[in-house]
Design a protein around this ligand. Structure first.
Ligand code: ZN
Length: 246
């Protein structure tokens, strides 16, 4: 599903638009012309549906060179190995997330808790995947003609990266599970969800003049994205946590 000249939504499930498996996060594709990247990989169940969406959008999958992970939760990172096996992509993440995904320890990504909460079937297993390089705050990553700037936004979990991209005079934020439509956030009861880090990460997003807020779930915001981020910041200013997405 084409969102802009450069950005497509190629996957997303129950908390998205039903483009692919119900457990998939939003999977975005950045088309840099000579090469392309996915932002997050989906859960890894029926990844061929995402693959088919890429082709149905008229894109050449041989140009898909990278998967940039926002974080290690299974709905975002579980499909990484599929893209590496089928298209030989480089998988890229923060150092913390790289360790989780390389080792595939389910308790390190809160999958044990998420399974017992019923979010994943008991027979689902996270597929570990080699990570090719690691990113940190302030790094920039080129995907053909597109340049993504790395913003560390931990809090929802450890090692979460958001990616800012400026294209055609507009500013996009791939926010992972940091901030959503209407200023919602996603606090969950896993060991590495950290409220103080979460607040600091939200405050880092102040003043970025985001046009399009492209989060990991729920509605997409194609214009005035900063107003949605501001709504979360306004809650913090009143000594309250913003409302939770779930
Ligand atoms: Zn998450």
């Amino acid at each position: 599903m084409r969102l802009t000249n450069r950005i497509y939504l190629v996957g997303g499930g129950w908390h998205g638009f039903g483009l692919s498996h119900t457990l998939d996060c939003h999977v975005y594709l950045v088309d840099g012309g000579s090469e392309m990247a996915l932002i997050d990989s989906g859960v890894g169940l029926e990844p061929e549906r995402i693959h088919a969406n890429i082709r149905a959008d008229g894109l050449d999958d041989r140009k898909l060179k990278y998967v940039l992970l926002t974080h290690g939760h299974a709905d975002h990172a579980g499909g990484s190995n599929y893209w590496k096996q089928h298209l030989g992509v480089q998988v890229i993440a923060s150092a913390e997330v790289a360790q989780f995904v390389r080792e595939g320890q389910e308790d390190s990504i809160g999958l044990d808790v998420a399974k017992s909460a019923g979010f994943y079937p008991a027979d689902y297993h996270f597929q570990a995947c080699p990570i090719d390089s690691e990113l940190k705050e302030g790094d920039t990553f080129r995907v053909g003609a597109c340049k993504l700037e790395v913003i560390e936004t931990p809090g929802h979990c450890a090692g979460l990266l958001s990616y800012k991209m400026i294209d055609g005079g507009r500013t996009y934020l791939f926010a992972g599970d940091t901030v959503f439509h209407d200023g919602k956030i996603l606090i969950i009861t896993v060991y590495d969800c950290n409220l103080l880090q979460y607040m600091a990460s939200l405050r880092k997003l102040a003043g970025l003049k985001i046009d399009a807020l492209l989060p990991g779930h729920s509605s997409l915001v194609l214009d005035r994205g900063q107003a949605h981020i501001q709504k979360a910041l306004d809650c913090l200013a009143r000594m309250l946590m913003p409302p939770n997405l779930l």
